[in-house]
Design a protein around this ligand. Structure first.
Ligand code: PEP
Ligand code: MG
Length: 552
């Protein structure tokens, strides 16, 4: 038995035989163009159009997040600047397959150089190029293997088009060699509730037919498992499936202590899926995702339309909208300074908004107008807030523009350390555990080489949460959690024990968390929290909590 480590996505477990994804097409050779340039260009034009149509069709079939990803890919296939580049390479005597390969590669290098969110999109371009080259060669595009029986799909990486359309009856789990926690494979797997582990460096050692266990909560692929291990994995999987079909009750602990379960959303079109998964409202609406491709700041009217659409889906429910969080992993051309050496420590989040106050004012105005026309209970929070002075700045401007419930995100340790004073000013705090972990451990959350630091079970992170939780209890104000930590069922219980009043997560995670909360009373959650903060490391905190949980 061997354990291959990687980055687990979601909490699922699966066991079964491996089936590997077909190797990508080889690099086109450099033989010069045969025949005339005009017909080569026509063939490329036909291939681009048919690939774009196919991707868009797959998008419609997939819906949700997947549709946005696939539509973006369809646009990449028809990007006029890439097409110009392909044409000029053909004019210089390059064969059409090679011209497509080189032009897309050049575009990909530019995106990788930008890094962050755009860098992660670079892999999508190589998939588009492969599809176009396959079309030119008259072979089928590389993709997911066909099988009569369920299997565990192992690949270097999955193209968004493949992830979006996976047959979930057949694919028990995904294992990829490449990709980090924010790669598209991870994002789509999380939003579709697919058991997955990405960034498994040794994934190439897995061969067709090998039986493995994929344990995404532990972030390991277990090779050559014993019969007992397989039985245990199957039992865990069956229990999880049961939780997923349980009634959609309001979030609560075993003793009835209410813990509203909210959804993290990036587009108003995700609202229906969140409601269907039993979300009791929205705990984090990431507005920057509406504007990632916008070259200019969006105007009040267009923003208002998006917010009205969102709020109208949650009448009478709480909806927490975050002001634009631009910078680092989410650069926006109209807000983010170029050329910062450490963008994660740069003018991002509220700092960028304050520097462009007119953009913040427009956004708050649009939100207040949308609030006036809808029935939801709108709360608005600022991202990346450092201290009390910044809290006061945001709360004042939000109230001036008609926001009834302004709050701040706790993502920087300095804010957590000032929790009591912050809550004298803000109406609520929402803890972004992704950034809070990144800044507490001083490890870039986008960097694979330090991914092991990005662990919200770290007792240093949990102590900051505890400080916020106590300040929340003392002031009677809400302290929510909206980072990935809330979607880890056992950690969610610990966070409630530390004083979290609501939990917000990707809708696919709601069922598992709802089920786990029902296993523990508030006293038990507090005992688990105490064990976690007393531990010396993240691994020890997990082990201590598991021990307390099983002894109760
Ligand atoms: C976080 O940092 O935990 C958070 C919720 O914000 P984002 O992941 O969008 O930075
Ligand atoms: Mg954040």
């Amino acid at each position: 038995m061997r354990e291959l480590p990687g980055v687990g996505v979601g909490r699922g477990t699966a066991s079964g035989p491996v089936l590997r994804m077909a190797a990508p097409l080889g690099e086109p050779d450099q033989t010069p163009l045969q025949g005339d340039a005009a017909s080569a260009k026509a063939a490329v034009g036909e291939a681009l159009a048919s690939v774009a149509t196919d991707l868009a069709k797959r998008g419609v079939a997939a819906g949700g997040d997947a549709q946005a990803v696939l539509e973006a890919q369809a646009l990449m296939a028809q990007d006029p600047s890439v097409l110009d580049d392909v044409h000029s390479r053909i004019d210089q005597g390059t064969n059409p397959e090679r011209a497509v390969f080189e032009a897309f590669k050049a575009f990909q290098d530019i995106l990788s150089g930008i890094g962050g969110y755009m860098g992660e999109r670079a892999a999508d371009l190589s998939d588009v190029a492969q599809r176009i080259i396959a079309r030119l060669r008259g072979v089928s595009a590389p993709g997911v293997p066909e099988s009569e029986t369920p299997f565990i799909l192992v690949a270097h990486d999955l193209a968004p088009a493949d992830t979006a359309l996976l047959d979930l009856e057949k694919v028990l789990a995904l294992v990829t060699r490449d990709g980090g926690p924010t790669s598209h494979t991870a994002i789509l797997a999380r939003s579709k509730g697919i058991t997955a582990i990405v960034g498994v460096v040794d994934a190439d050692s897995l061969a067709d037919g090998d039986v493995v266990i994929v344990d995404s909560a532990a972030g390991v692929v277990v090779t050559d498992p014993t019969a007992e291990q397989v039985a245990e994995a199957e039992a865990t999987r069956a229990e999880r499936l049961k939780a997923r079909t349980a009634p959609l009750t309001a979030g609560a602990l075993k003793d009835g202590h209410a813990v509203p379960l909210l959804a993290n959303l990036g587009s108003p079109s995700d609202a229906a899926a969140a409601v269907a998964a039993g979300a009791e409202g929205v705990g984090l609406f990431r507005t920057e995702f509406l504007f990632l491709d916008a070259p200019y700041a969006p105007d009040v009217a267009s923003q208002k339309a998006s917010y009205v659409e969102l709020l109208a889906a949650f009448p009478g429910k709480k909806v927490v909208v975050r002001a634009l969080d631009a910078g680092a992993d989410k650069p926006l051309p109209f807000l983010t300074d170029k050329g910062e050496e450490n963008p994660a420590l740069g003018r991002r989040g509220l700092r960028a908004l304050r520097h462009h106050e007119e953009i913040l004012r427009d956004q708050l105005t649009a939100l207040a107008q949308a609030d006036a026309e809808t029935e939801a209970d709108l709360w608005v929070m600022a991202p990346m807030v450092a201290d009390v002075e910044e809290t006061q700045y945001f709360v004042d401007i939000a109230r001036e523009l008609g926001i009834r419930t302004p709050g701040v995100m706790a993502e920087i340790p300095s804010l957590a350390l000032l929790a009591e004073q912050v809550l004298e000013v803000a109406d609520f705090v929402s803890i972004g555990t992704n950034d809070l972990t990144q800044y507490t451990l001083a490890a870039d959350r986008m960097l694979g080489s330090v991914a092991s630091y990005q662990d919200p079970w770290h007792p240093a992170v949990l102590r900051l949460v505890a400080q916020l939780g106590s300040a929340g209890a003392a002031s009677g104000k809400g302290v929510g959690i909206c980072g990935e930590a809330a979607s880890d069922p056992l950690l969610a219980v610990v966070l409630v024990g530390l004083g979290a009043t609501t939990l917000s997560m990707t809708p696919a995670a709601l069922a598992d968390v709802r089920a786990e909360l029902l296993n523990h009373t508030l006293d038990e959650a507090r005992a688990m929290a105490e064990a976690a903060v007393a531990a010396p490391s993240a691994a020890a905190a997990r082990a201590a909590v598991a021990a307390v949980s099983s002894s109760l």
